[in-house]
Design a protein around this ligand. Structure first.
Ligand code: ADP
Ligand code: MG
Length: 330
């Protein structure tokens, strides 16, 4: 299929109106709302690195949008649109694959009214998908990483460690050849584990609801300890983590505690929000927003010379774990 019929047939669904412009010219044209700031991010998924080669095209399309909307949510921004840069191997220039992939993109956009307004299409040996996502936020109100205060409580929006456990189930070796350990490994995962890995829900509404409540926020993509560590470093504070209060899937609760904590603290791909806010604000938020779950997992304390993070289990200091997050260049 030619580049142009491919774009027309699969990536031109969202028309923009009036003097705005989506797919079809050299650039998209967007009118920023009055008194708002543009919030913009980009994230790339590479086949065999961010997802196993056996992954269904629909799931790939869905997830590449979800991880970007998750970043916008972590600032409290309202997502608006995305651009898609697609580097496609020849064998995937195929109607069946493109139909499913583009449907995955549109399915993740739809609940949030996000529009695909442009992109770029090239051929490449490795399937690589980059999305740039943008949204808007009231001027000076974004929830950044550097706002955590001593005395804040630390909360997460849902289960941690499930996706990395699921990934561990389908891979023999995390740094292997990018293939699952069997062609049907993904299908054999229980539904809730597969969903956690392939269809993370970006916390779009929660992120915006936390405006005016949260002092600092981040989305969890590279592991709780590493990502919370970014908040702590930027805010120049330290934290206590109550390991037994971190919400986890029942399969993790059946594992040896230390092994479970490896997935919970170091595993990536959670796409839950982690935020710091005063206890008073948490109580008020829970009262006014009963539709959202926020799980308190720790508290922000003054920085010490030694460790940024200290762990507690059963109200006692817990030693002997040394979690790390994910780093592509490790
Ligand atoms: P140019 O050559 O001027 O850079 P292209 O031929 O690359 O333009 O793209 C034509 C139009 O199609 C542009 O509006 C571009 O944003 C859009 N487009 C290209 N690839 C994609 C894609 N994968 N998804 C969505 N829009 C795309
Ligand atoms: Mg051009």
């Amino acid at each position: 299929m030619s580049e142009f019929s491919l774009i027309r047939d699969y990536f031109s669904r969202h028309a923009l109106e009036g003097d705005e412009m989506g797919v079809g010219d050299d650039c998209a044209i967007i009118t920023p709302p009055d008194h708002k700031q543009l919030v913009i991010c980009t994230d790339t998924l590479v086949a065999g690195r961010h997802f196993v080669h056996e992954t269904d095209a629909h799931a790939i399309g869905y997830k590449v949008v979800a991880v970007n909307l998750s970043d916008l949510s972590a600032m409290g921004a309202a997502p608006c649109g995305i651009l898609l840069a697609l580097s496609l191997p020849k064998h995937l220039n195929d109607k069946n694959w493109l139909k499913k992939f583009s449907q995955g993109i549109y399915d993740c956009c739809a609940p949030y009214g996000v529009k695909l307004v442009g992109g770029d299409t090239t051929q490449s040996d490795t399937l690589t998908i980059n999305i740039t996502a943008y949204g808007f936020i009231k001027k000076s109100s974004a929830i950044r990483r550097d706002g955590a205060k001593v005395g804040d409580v630390i909360c997460v929006s849902g289960e941690i460690g499930t996706a990395s456990f699921a990934l561990h189930q389908i891979l023999d070796d995390l740094y292997g050849d990018g293939h699952a350990n069997s062609p049907t490994a993904l299908d054999e995962l229980p539904d809730d584990l597969r969903t956690a890995l392939q269809y993370p829900t970006p916390q779009v509404e929660l992120g915006q609801a936390l405006l005016g409540y949260a002092h600092a926020m981040i989305d969890l993509s590279d592991g709780l300890v590493q990502d919370l560590g970014h908040i702590l470093t930027s805010s120049n504070v330290a934290a206590l983590l109550y390991l037994d209060d971190i919400p986890t899937h029942s399969v993790l609760q059946r594992l040896d505690f230390r092994q479970a904590m490896d997935f919970v603290l170091s595993g990536g791909d959670d796409y839950q929000l982690c935020c710091c806010l005063p206890q008073k604000s948490l109580t008020e938020f829970r009262r006014t927003h009963p539709e959202f779950a926020l799980h308190k997992i720790g508290e922000v304390v003054a920085p010490t010379q030694t460790q940024r993070l200290r762990y507690y289990r059963n109200n006692r200091p817990f030693f002997g774990i040394n979690p790390k997050g994910f780093d592509h260049f490790d």
